[in-house]
Design a binder for this molecule. Sequence first.
Ligand code: SAM
Length: 212
Amino acid sequence: MQNQKQLLIDYWRKEGIVRNPGIFSAFKKVKREFFVLKEFRSDAYKDVPLPIQKEQTISQPTAVVMMLEALELGPGMKVLEIGAGSGYNAALMAEIVGLKGKIITVERISELVHFAKENLKQCNIKNVEVIQGDGSKGYLKEAPYDRIICTAAAPEIPEVLASQLKERGVIVIPVGPLSGQVLVRARMVKGELHPEKLGDFMFVPLKGKFGQ
Ligand code: SAM
């Protein structure tokens, strides 16, 4: 399994997919095998999405690191994630932002809230808060955020999420219909979002008030 993990690291380095050294350290440290269902443990470092409860998925490792690279994460940041799923992405981000930073991750399915909390506990990760709710509305209580990442596809960038970003803050979100989406990174500058398209992706749908 360690060999498969190293192969992914080598691939991301060679292709220039990951540049932020914090992503490499976090990926080395966090055990993806703790975030997949028991029957899939031996597949933890295959570059594929894997099923979790309630017909949801833990995303493919390469898709995860591409999103994290786009997010321009650094130590001390406060991050909102929409779609906790297994908690794996939150665990990687928690390592990158460190103990002076914080991750708030919102998940709508109670079974997954429980799954994510248990997985994070097993890895002794303390700077992640898992909240049950409709993340398409963001999470006002802890706003504003340095970064917002949405791990499910939205029809457009919900305005309410943009309003919870700090000045110079960045949101990364797949946008588009269920048949296929574009990954978008947008930065808040002087109260206005500046979006750029990063490439085609396929995600599960964002549900809820501002979802599809
Ligand atoms: N980040 C996750 C991980 O590391 O395992 C993978 C996320 S999975 C691809 C997308 C998640 O978004 C699913 O768990 C789904 O239930 C959740 N989701 C979809 N719509 C949501 C909403 N409106 N609010 C919160 N979570 C939502």
